[in-house]
Write a protein that binds this ligand. Structure first.
Ligand code: ZN
Length: 122
């Protein structure tokens, strides 16, 4: 199982947000949490899921279902301004523009985010 400090710290931030949300709604038990992550966010979903499980063990948040929802990247070509979704997510930043063929220096409009999408509580 892949496991890193990076995911550990991301998970810890997410859980902090989770606790605040639950407090706001007076919830005591977490049933399911859905996390959206951009494919360029440098997140390994399995590792993040595992980190969340490890950090919630023995707490009221334990046992919740963690769903990781990927967000495909959206780039804007530096050459012609065209906005496009690159095919190969891993190398997305270096994908060729479908209009002019430029393959370097695009701006990332979407795909680096990481946030709590929804939670189900009791
Ligand atoms: Zn272009």
């Amino acid at each position: 199982m892949l496991f890193s400090m990076h995911e550990m710290s991301l998970a810890s931030n997410l859980l902090e947000m989770l606790r605040q949300e639950m407090e706001k709604h007076g919830a005591t038990r977490l049933i399911e949490v859905r996390v959206c992550y951009g494919l360029l966010a440098n997140v390994v979903p399995e590792s993040l899921e595992f980190a969340v499980m490890a950090l919630t063990e023995g707490t009221p948040l334990a046992g919740a279902k963690v769903t990781m929802q990927p967000i495909p990247p959206l780039l804007r070509c530096i050459g012609c301004g065209c906005e496009f979704e690159p095919g190969e997510a891993r190398l997305a930043v270096f994908s060729p523009c479908p209009q002019c063929g430029e393959d370097f220096g695009h701006s990332v409009l979407r795909g680096k985010e990481l946030y709590l999408d929804s939670i189900e509580v009791m």
